[in-house]
Design a protein around this ligand. Structure first.
Ligand SMILES: [Zn+2]
Length: 263
């Protein structure tokens, strides 16, 4: 069977184990069913996620022009604390920024090899956690907008990691009795005074179950370095496809790439 199209990050369903669907120009291919099978991927071009042009992807699926112009790639996407839509101040397009920023956001703890802090819109739970490959996750604050969540995250970052170390995440090493509620309790005092009212204990820890077992050694490849790849799919964690021999492809890092997939 052959499929072809533009890669977007894999769609997921939180089941036991999590179900993954490779999104190739809206063809959703269930990847769990392909575990144990040989897959060939060939890079044939680009399709910017914003303008659709066949321009080399610069970052996050955007061509260079769109990355620097689209409100969906603005600084506040990466750094929520810079958000200004709540003040009526726009960065690239105020109306779109309002729609992104002025809605409930969650500050959460997630275990991805280390305990880290993160921010996401509440509609992105648990998708965001699955995309990061978190084994455990727990909301610690619910805010009214992106700015407030960003400010809490900035304060927490002084005490906790905020980036995922992909290798550690893929090593899949964790204590079964890890309890993020203990961390929630400990870091309560680090909340900035003005934002303490957003702290919440209303949630219980979520555990996520991936179709994945860590291999002995972990290496990653990109379609830039290897435009044609063939291998047996061994499992999936986060947005990484794990192939026999310990080679990993980060699907999310290839958004906007056009490929042919042969199963
Ligand atoms: Zn573009």
């Amino acid at each position: 069977m052959q499929f072809s199209g533009q890669i977007l990050k894999m769609a997921t369903q939180n089941a036991k184990p999590i179900q993954y669907f490779l999104n190739l120009s809206d063809d959703l291919i269930n990847m769990n069913q392909l575990i144990g099978k040989n897959i060939r991927i060939k890079h044939t071009g680009y399709e910017c996620v914003n303008c659709g042009k066949d321009e080399k992807v610069y970052r996050m699926g955007f061509c260079k022009k769109c990355f620097f112009e689209s409100p969906y790639a603005s600084d506040t996407i990466i750094r929520p604390e810079l958000s200004t839509a709540h003040l009526g101040i726009g960065e690239r397009d105020l109306e779109i920024e309002k729609s992104i920023q002025l809605q409930p956001h969650i500050v959460y703890l997630a275990y991805t090899g280390d305990v880290k802090v993160g921010v996401t819109r509440d509609t992105q739970i648990p998708t965001r956690w699955i995309d990061q490959g978190a084994t455990f996750a727990l909301p610690i604050a619910i805010t009214e907008n992106r700015y407030e969540a960003g400010m809490i995250e900035v304060a927490m970052k002084e005490h906790l990691a905020d980036k995922t170390n992909w290798k550690k995440m893929l090593e899949d090493d964790f204590e079964d009795d890890l309890d993020l509620a203990d961390f929630r309790e400990k870091i309560k005092n680090y909340f900035p005074e003005n934002f303490k009212n957003f702290y919440t204990k209303d949630h219980t820890m979520v555990r996520l179950d991936y179709p994945y077992e860590a291999p002995e050694k972990i290496t990653s490849f990109t379609l830039d370095k290897m435009p044609e790849f063939e291998g047996v799919l061994n499992g999936i964690k986060g947005q990484y496809l794990s192939f026999e021999g310990g080679s990993f492809l980060n699907v999310r890092a290839h958004e906007g790439y056009v490929v042919e997939l042969t199963v």
